[in-house]
Unconditional design. Structure first.
Length: 317
């Protein structure tokens, strides 16, 4: 009997203890909710905010794309030269000698009414007033270099001028005949005087001048203020580029031209057995007075002057 009573009491005590534990656990759970539930609510809120940011960002992207599209339409320019067969670009790589050439085109017919100055001991004369239509042509981006000239004249050597080999310097001490020969051997020609002036200064009739005696000029002329006492590698003065992109049209070396845009003076002091030709642009020994586009220096075509070089052109058919 005692055993039954004792077992009953123990059973009641155990049931009471379990109910008390469950009650305490329930209270504790209500006071401290599970961490997992709190994290889920925070993640849901963060996801909603992130989605709103994404939508806002997408709207900004669409707006930005519309602006870009509008800007492209406003700034898009048609190719200046187009035909049913081909489109001419502002620059081209010549297929024979691999040189870069820039396109030159006058928007109007050029009337050669300049009154150019002559070279030393040659008096100025009036240029021809004949209208001459300037057709499109390509002109070498820089003067013909020593490296390029050696392809047609392998024995050419100008180290006596530069003191060392400079393959990227302009070819110098070249007479008119060999300059013309080089151009023709690579499928080009020397520029006419009118073409040279157009490439150097554009269609403007105002005489252009490079450099001054105070600031460093954007051309290699006499003295060391420009950074070079002697000749400079081609393209060393990008600020002196012409309106079509040709470099070193003024300074560095005088450049031979072919047909003059006006008759040569009859009172030239050159000997009768000499062929008068014209060099343009001034060289690294030239004073500032020669740094003009319309200055023409009439010299003997057979002269191999250390400051004479050249560049070539190619007509656009």
């Amino acid at each position: 009997m005692k055993t039954i009573v004792t077992f009953t009491l123990l059973t009641l005590f155990f049931i009471s203890a379990c109910n008390s534990g469950l009650s305490k656990h329930r209270k504790r759970s209500e006071k401290y909710p599970p961490k997992g539930k709190e994290n889920i609510e925070q993640l849901t809120s963060h996801a909603k905010k992130h989605q709103r940011k994404i939508k806002k960002y997408k709207r900004k992207i669409k707006k930005y794309k519309r602006k870009i599209k509008k800007h492209k339409k406003e700034t898009k320019k048609p190719s200046p030269f187009a035909s049913s067969e081909q489109i001419l670009l502002p620059t081209v790589i010549h297929p024979v000698d691999g040189t870069l050439m820039v396109l030159v085109d006058s928007p109007v017919d050029k009337i050669n009414q300049l009154k150019p100055k002559q070279g030393s001991l040659i008096s100025p004369i009036d240029a021809s007033n004949d209208k001459k239509k300037m057709h499109m042509f390509y002109i070498d981006h820089t003067e013909v270099t020593v490296k390029q000239y050696k392809n047609t004249h392998p024995t050419h050597d100008q180290t006596y001028i530069t003191g060392k080999t400079c393959l990227l310097c302009p070819a110098m001490s070249v007479d008119w005949i060999n300059a013309d020969k080089h151009c023709r051997s690579v499928g080009k020609r020397l520029p006419t005087e009118a073409e040279w002036e157009l490439a150097a200064g554009g269609p403007s009739k105002k005489p252009l001048h490079w450099g001054n005696k105070i600031n460093r000029p954007p051309a290699n002329l006499i003295g060391g203020k420009d950074g070079f006492l002697s000749v400079a590698p081609v393209g060393s003065f990008p600020l002196g580029a012409g309106p079509y992109g040709a470099l070193d049209m003024i300074g560095n070396v005088w450049e031979w031209v072919d047909t003059p845009h006006s008759p040569l003076p009859k009172n030239s002091k050159l000997k009768k057995n000499k062929t008068p030709r014209i060099v343009k642009g001034g060289g690294w020994t030239s004073p500032f007075a020669f740094a003009t586009i319309n200055y023409r220096n009439v010299v003997d075509g057979n002269m191999k002057n250390p400051t004479f070089g050249f560049r070539c052109v190619k007509s656009v058919s």
